[in-house]
Design a binder for this molecule. Sequence first.
Ligand SMILES: Cc1ncc(COP(=O)(O)O)c(C=O)c1O
Length: 331
Amino acid sequence: MKRISDIEKKYVMEALDNEFASSKNNVFNQRMEIAFSKKIGASFSIGHVNGTATMHTALNALNVGTGDEVIVPPLTMSSTSLAVLQNGSLPVFADINLDTFNIDVNSIEKNISNKTKGVITVSLYGLTPDYDKINRLCKERNLFLLEDNAQCLLGKYKNKFAGNFGDFSSFSFQASKHITCGEGGILTTDNEDLADRARRFSSLGYAGIGANKGKITKEDIQDPSYDRHLCIGFNYRLSEVNAAVILGQIERADELVAQRVAVAKIYDDAISDSNIFIKQKIPQECSNSYWSYALILNTNSPEIDWYKFKKIHNANGGEGYYAARNARVYC
Ligand SMILES: Cc1ncc(COP(=O)(O)O)c(C=O)c1O
């Protein structure tokens, strides 16, 4: 299966044919956002340049300020914490559950202080965390919940897609992700006020835009009484060409995700008799969308060593994987 098909190419040509005319410079962004909302079941989607900017926007929209604390998992890609730092706030690490590798709700609770404003959960490698417990805790302690779903498109918790549990949910369209346009991201929410604030922050604070409106119109600009900016903002907008690619990828999301799930099954079968790996545990209520197949290399016995494993794995054609300290391997 081709990762980029004729559909994406057709949309890109259409976007280019629009020649970035200001009247047509939001056509694919709008179509893409509507398609994404429909796909995962969100009320509002806001395209972004990447899936780090999305989280910076979310934190700003949620009024997280300088010195406020946000609880994050330690096992994730750096952006989860970097977005908190970019916002001037402090990431506080809760521990992970050693079976699922996802953030542990008991550890979240232990790390709540009087400065804690919220929690960012990561659906690690495509697996959602325990949202019933995390949601309950967040409600009890009046904390926001931001889902970092950069690695989890169409993964499910209790039959609901990732993206339906937090105040905001962030997705990435970076090159390694389930669907991609090279670099890109999207932020979703069901709350219109949050969507409004997020859209404005991610588009230079312009007054004339809002939850559903990503573009400043001629009507706005040609009105002398139009106050252009309501607040500080960043330019985190996604380009039309990238939006065109992602629109095509959203239409093909089921097959692109299914391909990864099928590859995971091959790994499952291949290691079923092996005792050198500890697999990421998939709780019954979750369906993993397998951004990546995750394993711990069990280095308890002296003859098993990461570098030896790597050499044999590579000699057998394995090459696309990440590794982390303590000889953990993520294929
Ligand atoms: C868990 C996680 N969060 C955030 C990001 C950041 O996304 P982006 O590269 O689009 O900024 C990534 C990956 O790139 C990721 O894996």
